[in-house]
Design a protein around this ligand. Structure first.
Ligand SMILES: Nc1ncnc2c1ncn2[C@@H]1O[C@H](COP(=O)(O)OP(=O)(O)OP(=O)(O)O)[C@@H](O)[C@H]1O
Length: 296
């Protein structure tokens, strides 16, 4: 029996208990040809359908320009897709809302607010009473290990610390899902590993549903339950893989794992169109290749 058939029968992927459902998303841009009056439609994203269950960690990898950020901007509500629908907890999402926390590469912190006041921001928007706000802010500053830095401004923090503030700020107002667009791309390799381990710890503790964009196959495999591989142009789903590596995981443990190396190599081959005759069978329980059509 193929893995795809097993997945088709699974309620977790049927959309019934899904936290996030993306249905047939399509995005295009009109590009003006230089020196001409005509415009041309450029399709950045097409036929993008995906269902993500509560507490699942899903990463998206793909070549540069394949539409990863376009996708996350649409899911966040910052931009509207030309076609398709988004559901969070079964409710249609048509614009930005506090049910989705968005964490990007450039931190997007308020430079005039201290760590504490950045983390407090979403709670103010939600009109949470001051006393409660203080307790929640403390909890999330503890969780990301920023005790002692509560009163620093973003320009007084390192890149890794700023990213921790961004994570704490998004977690504090308790969104249903976290959307992360290359959150660790701007930090050095060591800090990146520390942040990856911290994110895994926080995810295990908070049971958040996470949709994560990355250029790094290694990062996607380390963090995820499933990895979605996209095609270049137009951006479509090429393959979806279940990552069945045991948890809890750490960056250090994974580096030493032969299964981890094998699955990262496998995804690299998918991305680079390397012939894989019968290859997914050899990965059996580690990374089950499933058909995108089995998801909705
Ligand atoms: N506002 C826009 N106008 C025209 N084209 C756009 C616009 N935004 C994105 N694109 C195009 O859509 C495609 C997808 O862009 P997107 O930024 O989503 O890719 P990406 O996969 O996130 O890339 P990278 O990995 O390099 O960050 C690219 O070819 C880009 O040039």
């Amino acid at each position: 029996m193929s893995v795809a058939v097993e997945k088709r029968g699974s309620a977790s992927n049927s959309g019934e208990d899904a936290k996030i459902v993306l249905k047939d998303l399509r995005q295009s841009f009109f590009i003006r040809n230089p020196g001409q009056k005509s415009v041309e439609e450029f399709v950045a994203l097409e036929n993008f359908s995906l269902s993500i269950r509560q507490g699942e960690f899903v990463s998206i990898v793909g070549p540069s320009g394949c539409g990863k950020s376009t996708l996350l901007d649409i899911v966040s509500g910052l931009t509207k897709s030309k076609e398709g629908e988004i559901y969070i907890d079964g409710k249609r999402a048509t614009g930005p809302a506090l049910d989705r926390g968005f964490i990007m590469q450039g931190y997007a912190l308020f430079p005039w607010r201290t760590t504490k006041r950045n983390v407090e921001y979403g709670l103010e928007v939600k009109r949470v009473p001051k006393k409660q706000r203080e307790a929640i802010v403390k909890k999330y500053i503890d969780l990301v290990g920023l005790n002692g830095f509560e009163n620093r401004y973003p320009n007084e923090l390192s890149g890794g610390m700023r990213q921790r503030v961004a994570i704490a700020r998004s977690l504090a107002y308790d969104p249903a899902v976290l959307l992360m667009d290359e959150p660790f791309a701007a930090v050095d390799v060591q800090t990146r590993e520390v942040l990856q381990d911290e994110l895994l710890r926080i995810w295990e503790k908070t049971q958040k549903t996470i949709l994560f964009i990355t250029h790094s196959i290694e990062e996607a495999v380390l963090l995820s339950d499933r990895v979605v591989v996209m095609t270049k142009h137009p951006g479509r789903i090429k393959k979806i893989l279940d990552i069945n590596l045991p948890r809890p995981r750490t960056a250090g443990d994974m580096r030493a794992s032969a299964d981890y190396s094998s699955i990262t190599r496998f995804i690299w081959e998918i991305l680079n169109d390397v012939e894989q005759p019968g290859k997914h069978h050899s990965h059996g329980s580690i990374a089950d290749e499933i058909s995108p059509s089995a998801l909705l």
